[in-house]
Design a protein around this ligand. Structure first.
Ligand code: HEM
Length: 381
């Protein structure tokens, strides 16, 4: 693996986002979702998968547009789901040259269809934003800018070194929509499930939370750096349950790996999932043990940012995941808040830990839990 990963050429990879929520309800705002989670009474089951994916999608959407009307949010979610299906679909044309150009499975047609729908959505978002910006032109410019504002500012800047086109803006937003939503949601979900399956780890995390944050305020992203055990739980989850299963490259020259020759222009898939479970690198690889990343543990010096080939949940090289920094802050902070504020009960033990086959290591069964407030009152801002 080291030999083949040493040469990282081009990466046509996009991490998949399936936005698997089946709910057709409008996406709630982040605040309303948080408070509905917060006030859920004991006895009321929460479909964590759906909640988390909604919250994550919503967070991503807040990055690109301050307020999306419900129908636009539904379209975005539906399109993201379709993109995920198409990215993960088996395409006969990739393997049988004779089939090329016939679109026997209808994948080209479906791809064009989802592209057109996404384009219409993005066009509508940009137009709404343009209108909003025209209306605000006279006001003092103190409003917090979202990502779309920043991209549009850059496009309008005559001095900008790189001129952004409208298509560039759309492509950028599309990337964020599809790559950043259920990768993060899936990670939070697996982290919580693993902790519930390992009460000793949950206890350690809570002790760290109590010591670093206390009980009178909610843990936030700035706390993550002071919480080594929380970081270890994240790394262990990314090792054992990496949301993106593969990274892909194309050989730009023949490569020789363990007696095999990989010819030029061959697509090479790196199995991130298997690397994290490889017994040659990891002791008892199927065990969830965050301690391996703590001081004195065998993985103490291993980080998941693409420098250590035995753990590369975000890929590696110059096409590694650009959302890595954001994910490494936002995901543990969100999980920590769930653990700090609530006790979670599994209504039908044992907790099912099976994975669904696909490009994102989603849970096969949704994570359905019973929450009870742990802190009284909840220290919500
Ligand atoms: C736990 C969370 C995440 C994981 C595990 C993850 C994993 C990955 C992986 C494995 C790749 C392929 C890297 C390679 O080929 O070397 C990738 C690419 C990418 N990710 Fe993520 N990702 C996560 C979150 C995010 C977020 C939050 C965003 C954006 C807000 C994002 C945006 C992207 C983009 C745009 C690419 C394509 C990069 C390129 O082709 O140059 N990801 N991600």
């Amino acid at each position: 693996m080291a030999a083949s990963t040493a040469a990282f050429p081009r990466a046509p990879w996009r991490c998949r986002s399936s936005a698997t929520s089946t709910s057709s309800a409008r996406l709630p705002t982040a605040r309303s979702t948080a408070s509905s989670t917060a006030t859920a009474a004991k006895g009321e089951t929460l479909d964590m998968s759906r909640q988390l994916i909604r919250m994550s999608n919503n967070a991503i959407m807040r990055m690109v547009a301050s307020a999306l009307p419900g129908d636009m949010a539904d379209t975005a979610r539906d399109c993201a789901k379709k993109v995920a299906e198409l990215v993960g679909a088996f395409n006969l044309e990739d393997y049988v040259a004779l089939c090329r150009g016939w679109d026997l499975q209808g994948l080209d047609r479906k791809t064009r269809d989802v592209r057109d729908r996404f384009d219409a959505l993005l066009e509508s978002m940009i137009r709404t934003k343009e209108k909003e910006r025209r209306g605000e032109a006279d006001e003092t410019n103190t409003k917090t800018k979202d990502l779309l504002d920043i991209l549009m500012d850059a496009a309008a800047d005559p001095a900008a070194e790189v001129k952004l086109t409208r298509d560039n803006i759309k492509a950028f937003v599309l990337d964020i929509f599809t790559a950043g939503s259920d990768t993060t949601a899936t990670t939070v979900e697996w982290m919580l499930a693993e902790l519930l399956n390992h009460p000793d780890c949950l206890q350690k995390l809570r002790a760290e939370l109590d010591a670093v944050v206390g009980r009178s305020r909610v843990v936030g992203e700035p706390d993550v750096a002071q919480m080594p055990y929380l970081q270890a739980v994240l790394k262990e989850t990314l090792r054992l349950r990496p949301p993106a299963v593969f990274a892909q490259r194309e050989a730009i020259e023949p490569i020789h790996v363990r007696g095999y020759t990989i010819p030029v222009k061959t697509s090479v898939f790196f199995n991130i999932f298997s690397i994290g479970r490889e017994p040659a690198y990891w002791e008892e690889p199927l065990e969830f043990r965050p301690e391996r990343f703590m001081p004195g543990g065998a993985g103490e010096a291993v980080d998941p940012k693409g420098q250590h080939m035995q753990l590369m949940p975000f890929g590696s090289g110059r096409r590694a995941c650009p959302g890595m920094g954001l994910a490494m802050q936002a995901v543990p902070a969100f999980l920590a808040a769930l653990v700090q504020c609530f006790d979670w009960e599994v209504p039908n033990p044992p907790l099912d830990m099976e994975e669904e086959a696909g490009l994102v290591t989603a849970r096969k069964q949704p994570l359905v839990l019973l929450p009870t407030q742990r802190l009284h009152p909840l220290p919500l801002p």
